[in-house]
Design a protein around this ligand. Structure first.
Ligand SMILES: Cc1ncc(COP(=O)(O)O)c(C=O)c1O
Length: 414
């Protein structure tokens, strides 16, 4: 039966407004403390260095290096690997551009492996098949906070002498199975990278953190973020090509408070997901994203169009018409189909390093064209639906989402 009113008429809280964030007087006090100190720069003040210590302790890891964004955190990691121009780094095309931009910025070549249809995370077999003599690293994204198969990828990386970088921008406190144990995403690979951008589990507006147990990788990452200026010596010199990716004391002060709220944010996102998981289990053709250990940055749903009678984009549009924030595909196209790769638009008119391939025997020459990663494309085109998710949703919000999902499912089935 057609209704004349959508199921939900009130807007949901979201990450772009105060009601959808856990920012309060504690963050204001931290900012005031920094401003009154007159020390806003991390080479002078102590907030950023303290945040690094606190974050490393929180994650039970040797080192953390703060930077200005999640993209910067990944750039630090890639720079720590120190690829030669034309070396290859294997990653996914189903992610934010921040995953691949640092590869190109270091004049290395992104090689795209395909993803698993049930999670959208890298498929280990596809990564294995993409390894060449020029491969230096793998960047695995824990998409939407679902655990990527990093234990298997770490084994693969170790066998081939590669560095595994975990992109945890969407994955705070995501739990990964490593044998019989469970480890947090970011601690299984050689380096883990986090974002403090506005929409993430915790935020300082922008900001990034790179963690590692490896002192050498950490030293390079830290130097890269600060013009490769070794401030622990008396020399004013520059040891290699680095940039200024320093976090400010203002960001660090906010991030330190946010870190104390992280466990509750993730726990609330998980708790709120439980009833929706149950509803989805009862609806043929809809599957919720892998649940064990997920951090629910967004809530992914995989849609089997044949069973449901609609693909993810149609289902998302119907949910949106019911007042539920939903998006089909997550991104509009795989990263390799953006003009950055197809033109390619990199450095002037050179197209470097993409046009320089293969520079040596053993390098791959991937064509950045439709068909490169069929599962990635199928997910974006019609199998992947994402629901906005928030730690401040109420049980009534979840009821509305569940009602709308059930109602839209029923309508397409009939
Ligand atoms: C998976 C992933 N990687 C990297 C980034 C880049 O982070 P930032 O926006 O903080 O630069 C993002 C941001 O959305 C992301 O979701």
């Amino acid at each position: 039966m057609e209704r004349d009113r959508p199921i939900r008429t009130r807007p949901f809280v979201g990450v772009s407004e105060a009601a959808g964030r856990r920012l309060g007087d504690e963050e204001v006090a931290a900012l005031a403390r920094v401003i009154h100190s007159g020390q806003l720069n991390s080479t002078i003040g102590s907030e950023t260095r303290t945040l690094e210590e606190e974050f490393a302790d929180y994650y039970g890891i040797g080192h953390a290096v703060a930077s200005s964004s999640g993209t910067a955190a990944l750039h630090l990691a890639v720079a720590a690997v120190d690829p030669d121009p034309g070396d290859e780094i294997i990653t996914t095309a189903l992610s934010d551009a921040g995953t691949v931009l640092p590869i190109l910025a270091q004049n290395a070549v992104p090689v795209f492996a395909d993803v698993d249809p049930d999670s959208g995370n890298l498929c280990v077999g596809s990564v294995r098949a993409a390894i060449t003599e020029r491969t230096r690293a793998i960047i695995a994204v824990h998409l939407f906070g679902q655990p990527a198969p990093v234990a298997e990828l770490r084994e693969l990386a170790d066998r081939h002498g590669l560095v595994l970088i975990e992109d945890c921008a969407q994955a705070y406190l995501t739990e990964c199975a490593v044998g019989d144990a469970r480890r947090w995403a970011g601690t299984v690979g050689h380096l883990g990278c986090f974002s403090l951008q506005q929409s993430k589990h915790i935020t300082a507006g922008d900001g990034g953190l790179t963690i590692s147990d490896d002192p050498e990788l950490t030293r390079r990452a830290r130097l890269f973020a600060d013009k490769a200026w070794p401030r622990d010596t008396d020399e004013r010199t520059h040891l290699f090509l680095g940039l200024n990716y320093r976090m400010t004391e203002l960001q660090a002060a906010v991030a330190r408070v946010q870190l104390t709220k992280l466990a509750a944010v993730v726990a609330d996102r998980r708790r709120l997901a439980e009833p929706l998981d149950t509803v989805l289990d009862s609806l043929p053709g809809l599957t919720s994203g892998l649940r064990r250990g997920a951090a629910y940055w967004l809530y992914p749903v995989f849609v089997d169009a044949e069973t449901v009678g609609a693909d993810a984009r149609e289902f998302a549009a119907a949910l949106a018409a019911e007042g539920i924030p939903a998006n089909g595909g997550y991104i509009q196209r795989p990263l390799y189909l953006t003009p950055l790769f197809t033109a390619p638009n990199t450095y002037g008119t050179s197209g470097y390093p993409l046009t320089a391939r293969p520079v040596t025997p053993g390098a791959s020459a991937q064509r950045y064209a439709r068909g490169l990663c069929p599962t990635t494309e199928a997910l974006i085109d019609g199998r992947l639906l994402v629901l906005a998710w928030n730690e401040n949703y109420s049980p009534a919000d979840i009821d509305d989402i569940a009602d709308a999902v059930r109602s839209v499912h029923r309508r397409f089935a009939s």
